[in-house]
Design a protein around this ligand. Structure first.
Ligand SMILES: [Zn+2]
Length: 251
């Protein structure tokens, strides 16, 4: 792991597995190009598989930029999921690592300790504008009786407004669905703007009832920090993805 502590944004830390957020009190990581070592080779999309020693179960989805949330209930064992596609995973099962993969999209990790629930969200602009974050919070409420005021969410590294110019394809649906939240979109030229996807998600989390003090941000730009992260937009192709995950301890 090559992240130096002095380069870290406020409220974040570093472990052997990647970057961490101070607001999340269970084991979790936002992966980098080099960490966590070997995890991606274990992942089988749409399946629950057993991983290396400390991860008895690992689950990841075929991500499709949707608002589809997949719930892993306590009685699930290893094997294929019935619903293999989706962009968020939530579970109340201990020792089950839920993983999302990103290159410029935003990974968001969630924990609700009162009911013992964790979640991982993949949010690009399509999923974010369509409401994947709200859908995930709502699913935790409906399926597990969690309360938003008991949730902690951390927003991970993604492409920043420094590097994320968007056009009307993004601007129009954003405008029609959301209030003009401060800092989310800054219009530049005719029909163009820069989008701060992490700010959009931050406002969405707040709007769904999670207190400000329980929302963390690990505020690196994946495009700027080629030393740490893959970036689809910088590289012009999928060269690799970062794995971010969260896991409840043994019951
Ligand atoms: Zn940047």
């Amino acid at each position: 792991m090559t992240v130096e502590n002095r380069t870290l944004p406020k409220g974040s830390g570093v472990s052997d597995e990647g970057l961490t957020s101070d607001v999340i009190s269970v084991r979790h990581f936002f992966g980098t190009r080099s960490a966590p070592v070997g995890l991606s080779t274990h992942i089988q999309l749409g399946h629950i598989v057993s991983g290396p020693g400390e991860f008895p179960a690992i689950v990841a989805l075929k991500q499709i930029h949707s608002t589809r949330v997949v719930v892993i209930h306590a009685h699930r064992g290893l094997g294929a999921l019935e619903q293999t596609e989706g962009d968020a995973l939530v579970t109340n099962q201990p020792e089950t690592l839920v993983v999302v993969r990103t290159a410029d999209c935003v990974p968001v990790l969630l924990v609700e300790k009162a009911k013992g629930v964790v979640g991982a969200i993949h949010a690009g602009w399509r999923g974010a504008v369509a409401g994947i974050v709200a859908e995930t919070i709502r699913t935790c409420v409906d399926e597990f009786g969690s309360k938003p005021e008991h949730m902690h969410l951390a927003i991970g590294p993604s492409i920043g407004p420094c590097c994320y110019e968007v056009d009307e394809q993004v601007i129009n649906p954003l405008r029609s669905r959301y209030p003009e939240w401060p800092g989310v979109l800054q219009e530049t030229n005719e029909g163009k703007g820069v989008l701060d996807l992490k700010q959009l998600i931050y406002h969405q989390i707040r709007a769904n009832g999670v207190p400000d003090s329980q929302i963390g941000q690990v505020n690196h730009c994946t495009y700027c920090r080629g030393d740490l992260f893959y970036s689809y937009r910088r590289e012009g192709q999928v060269k690799g993805t970062m794995c971010s995950g969260i896991i409840l301890p043994a019951a």
